[in-house]
Design a protein around this ligand. Structure first.
Ligand SMILES: *Cc1c(COP(=O)(O)O)cnc(C)c1O
Length: 370
């Protein structure tokens, strides 16, 4: 038996719209990207949505649009996918890590203030594994110190904290559409914002620094080619139409896992705060109690045909980060403790009960043998 870690949920609707785009002859800068962006302004009730070719590109454009420069400090979490830190490094600014909350696995809001200095420009929280941050609190802090906030909601499309959707309270929010995300475009990303200036800069910079209403060969500023093609946008349009269905399917699978894993000793179920009013599950990540060797469990599951991953290796312990900043073990104890105990189990919309039963059975076996 083989069980995949993730899998995109693509129907005939996506396929047909892609076919339509290919037959139309308009493969980039056309009506589909606009339609895809309009789905976001509507769903999130925000002024602007700017589609780009990846979540990383979206984060990079936002760092640039906020004029972050050499030596400026950006407060963020070391427990994330590397892109949320790399976008800071692209502009030679300094990531200032704050350890995480052991339950939500998001940045510990109570530890942010002590890291704010004269050079701090931005707070960049990440909604880890889909769990939203308490953005009301983060925005209060930002206001007090006159900081900007970029919310990396790449893993949390549709999640809500006390009725507030991830990505909407910050100066800008970011989503991503790699195939393992809740919705996919193959590759892609989206910026949402109510700030006209940020929106205009991001629109310009995603397309070689052109003025948004100017000539093709008139470049106002340094820009990139971070555009999303019409083909990718077509997939995204349908995926957005299906978002509610997709979030519900994932929640159902998470609940089945919760039910079947709750009595297995040594397993800590994923935490969802009671203030989360809608949970959009990116991955299903359990933790193992400290006395269990997580890596051996992963090896056992892998040998049984079950794909699983140790999400995340702390960013500050990645080789390039150790080299650049001299980070070492012990710098962010909670992040490191959590990083050693997690397993992302197979989690996607096509997972059936038999798959889940097999995963649970093998996990139970592994824990009893190891
Ligand atoms: C997926 C993801 C991104 C963006 O990734 P891309 O592969 O560039 O689309 C950024 N931050 C986090 C936390 C992510 O999970």
């Amino acid at each position: 038996m083989k069980v995949n870690l993730g899998a995109p949920d693509i129907t005939d609707k996506e396929i047909n719209l892609v076919k339509e785009v290919l037959e139309s002859g308009i493969l980039s800068i056309g009506p589909k990207i606009e339609e895809f962006e309009n789905k976001f302004t509507k769903y999130f009730n925000v002024k602007h949505a700017i589609g780009v070719n990846s979540g990383t590109s979206a984060l990079h454009l936002l760092i640039r649009s906020l004029d972050i420069k050499d030596g400026d400090e950006v407060i963020t979490t070391p427990f994330s996918f590397v892109a949320s830190t790399n976008c800071i490094l692209f502009e030679r600014a300094k990531p200032v890590f704050v350890d995480i909350d052991e339950e939500t696995l998001n940045i510990d809001i109570n530890k942010i203030e002590e890291k704010i200095t004269d050079r701090t420009k931005v707070i960049l929280p990440v909604d880890v594994f889909g769990h939203p941050n308490n953005m009301t609190e983060i925005m209060k802090l930002a206001k007090k110190y006159n900081l900007k906030v970029i919310e990396d909601s790449c893993e949390a499309i549709g999640s809500e904290y006390k009725g507030i959707k991830s990505g909407t309270l910050a100066d800008a929010g970011v989503f991503a559409f790699y195939p393992n995300k809740q919705i996919t475009t193959g590759e892609g990303g989206m910026i949402i914002t109510n700030n006209d200036n940020i929106a205009e800069l991001c629109r310009s910079m995603r397309s070689q620094g052109r003025a948004t209403t100017g000539l093709w060969l008139y470049h106002e500023r340094l820009g990139y080619n971070y555009r999303m093609s019409e083909i990718n946008a077509a997939v995204g349009i349908i995926q957005m139409e299906r978002l509610k269905e997709i979030i519900a399917k994932r929640d159902k699978i998470a609940q089945i896992y919760n039910e079947k894993l709750k009595d297995i000793k040594g397993v800590i179920l994923p935490y969802v705060d009671s203030k989360v009013t809608n949970m959009s599950w990116f991955v299903y990540v359990i933790r193992l109690e400290d006395n269990i060797d997580r890596n051996k469990i992963i090896d056992y599951l892998t040998e049984s045909g079950i794909a699983c991953k140790p999400y995340f290796t702390p960013i500050h312990l990645q080789p390039y980060m150790r080299n650049m900043f001299g980070f070492k073990e012990g710098d962010f104890p909670i992040t490191e403790k959590v990083g050693k105990s997690t397993i992302a189990l197979p989690f996607h919309n096509k997972l059936n009960k038999a798959d889940i039963d097999y995963v649970v059975k093998k996990l139970n076996e592994a824990i009893n043998k190891i």
